[in-house]
Design a protein around this ligand. Structure first.
Ligand SMILES: [Zn+2]
Length: 308
């Protein structure tokens, strides 16, 4: 049997784990049951249980290692989460070493959006692309930068915090301490907040606003237009900095692409000279792996063996 690895994606609610072989074939995927809010010890136990189930099925011999994608700011060399906004109990907890000790297998800890970019590079829309940038739009906006075929990590692993690019100087306050971060103007909670403000309905989710846009609701279309503008400002900044060949938009909110993309492209065109000069060879499109990107990327890490 070929070599394989186990990827774990620790999301905002609970975990998913998959055994994926070195050719990118997903062998099996399972979900955990412990909410992350129960704290690191309970969550580690859940991760260990999931990894053991997969390892028992596919064997110890071919296992290259375990990669774990975790939200928040990661110190890769220490293998700890430095800051995870909604789940402070993980802060400083030796997540990587505890997992590695309990499983007696090498473990690599990575930011979940970086893992998603690595996944798209390996098996998704970024295949064969040595330079691209991924933005994942969900409850926040995650970012991953692939340059010369490698993920850009910065000096301890915190590079790519693209959701915190300022797009409105004195805009909505963000948990990071800044105001007007793109994730506060273009991620799912911002869409829901705009729907509330425009009295579109009670407690509508971003997905509800997408459905209303599909039906042609003018106010819903206005909301997506505003979201597209803010996303476009962030992309124009990224294009000016990186001149990458490709920019991928993933995450649950990216499904509303038909409603926000026109405003997004208009804003990029208006604000980025680099884009206007390179439009024919610059690709801005949707990511293709959906929710699986982070799993693929996490699994790819031990196979690459290039952790900090
Ligand atoms: Zn922020």
């Amino acid at each position: 049997m070929s070599r394989y690895s186990i990827g774990i994606d620790l999301g905002g609610t609970n975990l998913r784990a998959a055994a994926i072989d070195e050719n990118g074939n997903l062998l099996k995927k399972i979900s955990g049951s412990t909410p992350v809010t129960e704290g690191p010890e309970a969550e580690i136990a859940d991760m260990v249980h999931a990894a053991r189930l997969l390892r028992d099925e596919f064997g110890r011999d071919g296992l290259a290692g375990i990669g774990a994608g975790v939200p928040g700011n990661i110190d890769m060399s220490a293998g700890v989460v430095v800051r995870w906004g909604n789940v402070p109990s993980f802060t400083g907890y030796p997540t990587r070493d505890e997992l590695s000790k309990q499983l007696n297998t090498p473990v690599i800890l990575e930011n979940d959006a970086n893992a998603a970019a690595i996944g798209e590079h390996w098996m998704g829309a970024g295949r064969g692309m040595d330079d691209f940038i991924l933005l994942t739009l969900g409850t926040g906006i995650g970012g991953g930068i692939i340059h010369d075929g490698n993920i850009v990590r910065g000096h301890i692993g915190m590079a790519g915090e693209l959701g915190h690019i300022t797009v409105v100087p004195n805009g909505n306050p963000c948990g990071c301490g800044n105001r007007g971060c793109v994730e506060k103007h273009a991620a799912a909670p911002a869409i829901a907040a705009m729907a509330q403000l425009l009295r579109l309905g009670d407690n509508l989710s971003a997905q509800d606003v997408e459905i209303l846009a599909e039906k042609g609701d003018e106010r819903a279309l206005t909301i997506w237009g505003s979201m597209g503008e803010h996303l476009g400002i962030a992309l124009a900044i990224l294009i000016n900095i990186f001149n990458a060949r490709m920019y991928l938009i993933g995450g649950g909110v990216s499904g509303a692409w038909p409603y926000f993309a026109p405003a997004m492209f208009a804003e990029i065109e208006r604000r980025s000279m680099t884009y206007r000069l390179t439009k024919a060879s610059t690709h801005i499109e949707r990511a293709t792996l959906g929710g699986e990107a982070g799993l693929y990327g996490a699994a790819r890490l031990p196979l690459l063996g290039n952790a900090i």
